[in-house]
Design a protein around this ligand. Structure first.
Ligand SMILES: *Cc1c(COP(=O)(O)O)cnc(C)c1O
Length: 397
């Protein structure tokens, strides 16, 4: 028996019916340009502003603090660029982040380094967590920004954001968080959590692709990446993608409304999946077993290649990932797994399964059995595994 199971929700999620309905209505009927003054335009404008209000409410922000972007990557770029520019004006050119951020953050920081900024990347401990005291120790007189992700996209670990934000507040440093994996899945309150800027992306919470938002606390002046018209208060030129924005708001409203029951359901399945895969010898869970996203499971299996594992799981109807969608296709091991101290050989044999709200207990059992079978098969034909079992090489896990 073969099942079809989508277990790569960290890469993207299936759009919800509510998101699709909102988008279709928009495409068919409310196709006006929100900047136009006649009724059709103003109807589109209303949808836009209602979406902004609804999204703001979910994270306890004000509507005026939300701007729409093309997704998480753009929001990360704009947040970091804006803070860098503000810092530069004040003579502050030091930025703190971590070694396991998304590339939208890391590559922006590398670019800023070439422009004269200094970047400190905090160590990520073996459990996939940042230590608040290490953040505090890294803050300098000239620090203008701290950017730390809310939840990691590969290993799912959730940072003590409120505590990290409080430290930044205390030192008068702006705090940005890439909350792309957390939004719609974990409770977020930008006020209580001491967040100054936050990035999110609709396609990670059952909305459409190519749309996201940036929250920037009132008073934080944004730099625009795109010059042109006066849309989004002059901070993001270009006619707004109204259907996508409507779909994003519908998806987020729904995710927020069902968050606690979704979390309860998915957490039980995730824990069973971790328990089942832990029975495989010479395997290890990556990241803290509890301080992680409800649906995230990430393992390393010694003696195999993650890529072959994925292909064989695909044959059994399971869509999974070896790390992030962005790094697959490259032969380099995941920078996230290296950051938590996995050595190259072990990091190559990684598997990320990110389960959705509609997953069932039966599917989880099927995944466990499939992974067990495929890992055994791959080990049976692996020269590395032969060396390990013959004692020519030492096991690491
Ligand atoms: C997916 C993702 C992004 C990028 O978002 P896009 O909307 O695809 O640009 C950024 N950060 C994290 C943590 C992500 O998971």
């Amino acid at each position: 028996m073969t099942m079809t199971i989508y277990a790569d929700n960290a890469a993207t999620t299936k759009p919800s019916q509510a998101a699709i309905d909102a988008m279709l209505t928009c495409l068919r009927e409310q196709y006006g340009n929100p900047s136009s003054l006649y009724t059709l335009g103003q109807q589109a404008k209303e949808i836009l502003e209602q979406a902004r209000e609804d999204i703001a409410a979910v994270i306890n922000a004000k509507p005026g603090e939300i701007i729409f972007t093309s997704g998480g990557s753009e929001a990360d770029n704009q947040a970091i660029r804006s803070c860098a520019e503000l810092g530069k004006k004040a003579g502050k050119t030091h930025i703190i982040s971590t070694a396991f951020e998304h590339h939208a953050v890391l590559h922006t920081l590398q670019k800023l380094e070439r422009e004269g900024f200094t970047v400190t990347l905090l160590d990520v401990h073996e459990d996939g967590l940042i230590r608040p005291e290490e953040l505090e120790a890294a803050i300098r007189e000239d620090t203008c920004l701290v950017t730390i992700m809310f939840a990691n996209n590969e290993i799912g670990t959730v940072q003590p954001i409120r505590e990290l934000g409080a430290i930044c507040r205390c030192h008068g440093v702006l705090f940005h968080t890439d909350a792309v994996q957390a939004t719609g899945h974990l409770p977020i309150d930008v006020v209580a959590d001491n967040i100054d800027l936050l990035s999110a992306s609709a396609h990670k919470f059952h909305g459409p692709k190519g749309i996201g938002f940036l929250y920037a606390k009132k008073g934080v002046r944004l730099t625009n990446l795109i010059e042109g018209g006066a849309q989004e208060r002059g901070k993001r030129a270009g006619t707004e993608n109204v259907p996508a924005i409507a779909g994003m708001a519908a998806a987020l409203r729904e995710s927020a409304a069902h968050m606690s029951e979704n979390t309860a359901h998915v957490t039980v399945l995730r824990n069973r999946l971790i328990e089942g895969l832990s029975e495989i010898p010479h395997a290890a869970l990556n990241g803290d077993p509890e301080k992680r996203l409800p649906g995230n499971v990430n393992f390393c299996f010694e003696g195999i290649e993650g890529e072959s594992l994925l292909l064989l799981l695909d044959d059994r109807g399971i869509s999974a990932s070896s790390g992030s969608a962005c790094t697959s296709g490259s032969l380099d091991p995941s920078h996230v797994l290296l950051a938590i101290g996995r050595v190259h050989d072990v990091a190559h044999g990684s598997l990320r399964l990110t389960i959705g709200e509609d997953a069932t207990a039966e599917e989880i059992e099927y995944i466990i059995q499939s992974v067990k079978d495929v890992v055994s098969y791959l080990r049976s034909i692996s020269p590395i595994w032969r060396d390990l079992t013959a004692g020519k090489k030492n096991f690491i896990l």
